[in-house]
Design a protein around this ligand. Structure first.
Ligand SMILES: NC(=O)c1ccc[n+]([C@@H]2O[C@H](COP(=O)([O-])OP(=O)(O)OC[C@H]3O[C@@H](n4cnc5c(N)ncnc54)[C@H](OP(=O)(O)O)[C@@H]3O)[C@@H](O)[C@H]2O)c1
Length: 337
């Protein structure tokens, strides 16, 4: 008898939850960005597209039919990416007799330094001339740093003692110089992009979006990555605050763990790679690119990769930091001396 009463109560709850779930899914579908900005009309700017994740994102956007402007400092690499994008573009298929190959209006390279205001303002003018605006900004460019901070200052630590026992003036100055390069590459660049492109996005797109490629190191402090983690954390906090200041723009923060590729070659402190070979054990660039684009399309704010590992580690860092710190030290093969 009691069982029947509980079942009678459970049915309406189950039906209400199902209706709510379906309504939520339908509401999300109706809000899909592609309804406002179809891919074939989407104007995408990828900063840091000459290699790695940015290059893969440019490929994915071009193959899906978006217009893509690729930016970086290495001209040769950038031209190659623009060619790859042009040949992947669906409009390339109409090439030949009278048809256009993925045209320069669809995909084009701009050699520029994202830390340089002149370069970024000139880039904005080009986008205004060619596309009359911008829909999606991907800020992917960044630099790595791989050494423990005191090592940058010239100190070694053995058996709990530093050698030399104190940092010299030159050592401290060198650390400041290296930090400036990391700050330029990981904080000033994203800042210059935000100031340059937010008004353009806001005024010319029906559904403006910004994706910042950050790092798990920005939310879970890793040893030997003090400069990298702190500078990536500062740009993440900058964009998180900008998301509140500019609610009409959808911000997506991509937070991956180690990714395959040559990123560590850009280390501003010349440090060595300590973790397991990123090219064997890292996330695949294409997977990060696809997931990031999907998140932008869906208007998702955070993309942890791998999802469970990133989310769980992030949560546990606040409730049991020493456990997460222990695993972070193991990942980077770091033993405090
Ligand atoms: N690889 C990883 O393990 C990993 C993990 C988590 C997060 N991330 C983040 O993912 C992003 C991309 O990394 P990646 O692995 O794809 O590395 P990557 O292959 O070295 O790509 C970095 C890109 O940034 C560009 N860049 C650097 N400084 C620039 C500047 N001043 N102006 C313009 N472009 C600049 C580089 O182009 P030029 O050299 O031609 O200028 C290159 O295209 C970085 O922000 C990084 O922090 C990487």
């Amino acid at each position: 008898m009691q069982l029947e009463v509980s079942a009678q109560r459970a049915y309406p709850i189950a039906i209400s939850l199902t209706v709510l779930y379906v309504a939520h899914r339908l509401w999300r579908l109706s809000k899909r960005r592609s309804r406002t900005v179809p891919r074939s009309q989407e104007r995408v700017l990828v900063i840091g597209a000459s290699s790695g994740i940015g290059r893969s994102m440019a490929h994915e956007y071009a193959a899906a039919g978006a217009r893509v402007c690729v930016v970086g400092r290495r001209e040769h690499e950038l031209n190659a990416v623009a060619d790859e994008c042009a040949s992947l573009h669906p409009r390339a298929a109409v090439g030949g007799a009278g048809g256009e190959r993925g045209s320069s209006e669809d995909t084009f390279p701009v050699v520029a330094d994202f830390t340089n205001p002149e370069d970024m303002v000139a880039l904005r003018k080009k986008l205004e001339e060619r596309w009359s605006g911008l829909d999606t900004l991907v800020v992917c460019a960044g630099v790595s740093a791989l050494r423990p901070l005191l090592e940058v200052a010239g100190l070694e630590r053995k058996d709990g003692k530093f050698s030399p026992p104190q940092a010299s003036t030159e050592g401290v100055q060198h650390t400041v110089d290296v930090a400036h390069v990391a700050i330029r590459g990981n904080y000033i660049g994203p800042l210059v992009c935000a100031v340059t492109f937010i008004p353009l996005l806001s005024s010319t797109s029906a559904a403006p979006s910004i994706a910042l490629i950050s790092s798990l190191g920005a939310v879970i402090p890793p040893p030997t990555r003090t400069l990298y983690a702190s500078t990536k954390a500062s740009s993440l906090a900058l964009y998180q605050a900008l998301a509140v200041e500019h609610p009409t723009i959808k911000f997506t923060f991509v937070i991956p763990s180690t990714v395959e590729g040559d990123f560590r070659a850009s280390a501003v402190d010349g440090g060595e790679v300590r973790e397991a070979d990123p090219n064997k054990h890292g996330l695949k660039r294409t997977a990060v690119a696809k997931k990031s684009i999907q998140a932008v399309d869906r208007g998702e704010k955070f993309v942890f990769m791998p999802w469970a590992f990133g989310r769980v580690a992030h949560f546990f860092y606040w409730v049991a930091p020493s456990i997460v710190e222990h695993f972070a030290a193991r990942k980077y093969n770091f033993t405090p001396q």
